[in-house]
Design a protein around this ligand. Structure first.
Ligand code: AMP
Ligand code: MN
Ligand code: MN
Ligand code: MN
Length: 283
C-alpha cells in the first residue's frame, strides 16, 4: 500500500513546539498519519524518542530536522529527512548552527528593553524546553503572556521581524553546508515553505538552482505555511527543477498552529513524493 498521509514537518519541545515527541506521535497517529518525521529546528535531540513513539503508534518514521540557513541575506529553512542521526558531520553541523542562539537572545532582550519591554530573556526562558535552543517563538510566547500582544503573530509583526525593535540579524549555516550535512549522511534535503521567503524572482531562481547543484532533492509543496495557490505555484517549481515534493504541517502547538498534524491536502499526483526517494531510510 503506498503511503498517502505523510507529515514530514513539525516541532516538539526540543525546539519551539509545545508538545513532547510522544504527544506529537499520538496526535499524528490519531489524525491518520502513516509516515511521520519530527523536524526540530537545528536539533535532533528528540529523534530517538520520536522514532520509538512512532513505532508504538503504528506509524513509519523518517529522521528529521529543519536547518536554519542564510541565503542572499534572508533566512531559509532546509528540512533534512532520512539522514543518519548519529553521524558526526550532522551532529557537529547542528551544534555549530545552534551556537549563536544564546548571544542572539540576550541581544534581542536588550533591544526590547530599549522600547520598554523588560525581562524578556528571563521570560522567554520559561518557555524553553532545550537550553541550546532559544528561539524567537519563545520570546513571542512570553510577550503574549505579559499582555504586550494578543497573539504570537502580532508579536512577530510588531517586534520580531526585520526592522522591528526586537529583531537581531543572524548568520546561520550556508546552503551548501546544510545540504551536504543531510545528503552525506544518507538523507534528502528539502526546501521548506518556499512561499515564506521575501526573495525577488532572480533570488528565488538562484536558491533553487544552487540547492539543486549542491545535491538538494526536494521542495515542500503542501505545507501548513502555504495557501492553495502557493501549493500550485511550487508544484510547478518542483516540475521545472526536477525536484521531489514534500508534505508537512509545520505543526508547533495546538494553541498556535492552524494546520494540524496530518490534516493537509494530498500532493499533486504527478509529482514524486520525497519519501519515495527514501524508501530504504524509512523505519
Ligand atoms: P528563530 O529560529 O529563532 O529565528 O525562530 C523562527 C521561528 O519563529 C519559526 O520557525 C516559526 O516557528 C516562528 N515564526 C517566524 N515567523 C513567524 C510569524 N510571522 N508568526 C508566528 N511565528 C513565526
Ligand atoms: Mn518554528
Ligand atoms: Mn521553517
Ligand atoms: Mn518548521
Amino acid at each position: 500500500m503506498p503511503i498517502t498521509n505523510a507529515d514530514l514537518h513539525c516541532h516538539s519541545v526540543v525546539s519551539d513546539g509545545t508538545l513532547t515527541p510522544e504527544a506529537l506521535a499520538a496526535r499524528a497517529a490519531a489524525n491518520g498519519v502513516e509516515l511521520w518525521a519530527l523536524t526540530d529546528h537545528d536539533e535532533i535531540g528528540g529523534q530517538q524518542r520520536a522514532a520509538a513513539a512512532a513505532r508504538e503508534n503504528g506509524m513509519r518514521y523518517l529522521t528529521g530536522t529543519e536547518i536554519s540557513v542564510t541565503f542572499a541575506g534572508e533566512t531559509v529553512h532546509i528540512v533534512g529527512l532520512g539522514f543518519d542521526p548519529e553521524d558526526p558531520r550532522m551532529l557537529q553541523g547542528l551544534t555549530a548552527t545552534r551556537g549563536g542562539r544564546g548571544a542572539r537572545a540576550i541581544e534581542m532582550s536588550d533591544q526590547l528593553a530599549q522600547v520598554g519591554i523588560h525581562g524578556a530573556y528571563e521570560g522567554a526562558l520559561k518557555y524553553v524546553g532545550n537550553p541550546e535552543l532559544i528561539s524567537r517563538t519563545h520570546f513571542a510566547r512570553y510577550l503574549v503572556e505579559a499582555g504586550i500582544c494578543k497573539d504570537t503573530s502580532e508579536v512577530f509583526r510588531r517586534y520580531l521581524t526585520d526592522g522591528k525593535p526586537g529583531f537581531v540579524p543572524h548568520r546561520w549555516a550556508s546552503l551548501r553546508d546544510a545540504v551536504q550535512w543531510i545528503t552525506q549522511t544518507g538523507g534528502a534535503a528539502v526546501i521548506a515553505h518556499p512561499a515564506r521567503y521575501r526573495f525577488t524572482p532572480t533570488e528565488e531562481y538562484a536558491l533553487f538552482t544552487e540547492f539543486k547543484a549542491h545535491g538538494g532533492q526536494g521542495v515542500e509543496v503542501v505545507t501548513g505555511s502555504h495557501s492553495a495557490a502557493e501549493a500550485v505555484r511550487y508544484a510547478d517549481t518542483a516540475r521545472e527543477f526536477g525536484l521531489a515534493a514534500s508534505r508537512g504541517s509545520d505543526f508547533h502547538s495546538p494553541d498556535e498552529s492552524h494546520t494540524d498534524l496530518g490534516k493537509l491536502p494530498p500532493l499533486p499526483a504527478d509529482l514524486t513524493p520525497v519519501w519515495q526517494l527514501l524508501a530504504d531510510r524509512i523505519r
